[in-house]
Design a protein around this ligand. Sequence first.
Ligand code: G1P
Length: 297
Amino acid sequence: MRKKVTKAIFPVAGLGTRFLPATKSVPKEIMTLVDRPLIQYAIDEARAAGIKEFIFVTSRGKGALEDYFDHAPTLEAELRKKGKDDLLEILKDTNMDSGAIAYIRQHKAMGLGHAVWCARRLMGNEPFAVILPDDVIAAEKPCLQQMVEAYEETGGNVVAAMEVPPEKTSSYGILDVKEDMGSMVSVKGMVEKPAKGTEPSNLAVIGRYILTQHVMNNLNKMKVGAGGEIQLTDAIAQEIENERPVYGFRFRGQRFDCGSKAGFLQATVSFALARPDLRDEFAAFLTSVTAEQKAAQ
Ligand code: G1P
């Protein structure tokens, strides 16, 4: 029997400079798609996949994240007094069981690999998930759940993967494919943000990982890699050298890059159109805006 994946790391220490000035005082993970912060989507996905322990790697200025997952006694009392049970119900999603959530600070921005390594003492000798909340994935079956199921079949390390246009490969970790089995590929190498023209494929790593404890051990001795940072990609690639398996998993779903403005806007539109309470009014608005734009051209 494989050990169950019950712990997930959420690296949320980034400064979010692409969203300044908003992120001057609001952590980017609190920015909302319709009415739910990015981090809520990540947590819901983790819960659906059976995750029981949530480890946030934070940094200075991320206090709003801790408050978000705490009770809000004044607000809750007020809502109760007014009989707003529907709103109290909505707030329930933001509550965590006592002790289910932990916050670790990354004191210096030294890369994704370093952020994950900061959580090492909480992980123990078991596989763990990593979720990057910037990558929002709309899917019938949540992406991490698909991956846990795949992991239960194969073991090893499983990273979410998706084909990206060739001109975008230098923004991602890229897989060197050994064998393509359709939804799964076995991997013989991984490169973080390859220079244009050197990419081994256009199959990119997306921000969902199921990793063995060996990857955490590798991070103990990782040197700086691409961009002068300690890279999670390099610690996973090390496993291939250690002759332990790494798989790419082509998930079923639509991924939005909410670390970029265009991606964030696309996600907002798509999520709004998926909401029964907003769909009709919003679709009508989009149709009229598009028509106006066409007429102006
Ligand atoms: C990180 C990872 C990269 C991965 C990407 C997915 O990069 O380092 O391998 O492809 O997330 O979103 P970042 O976007 O943080 O630069």
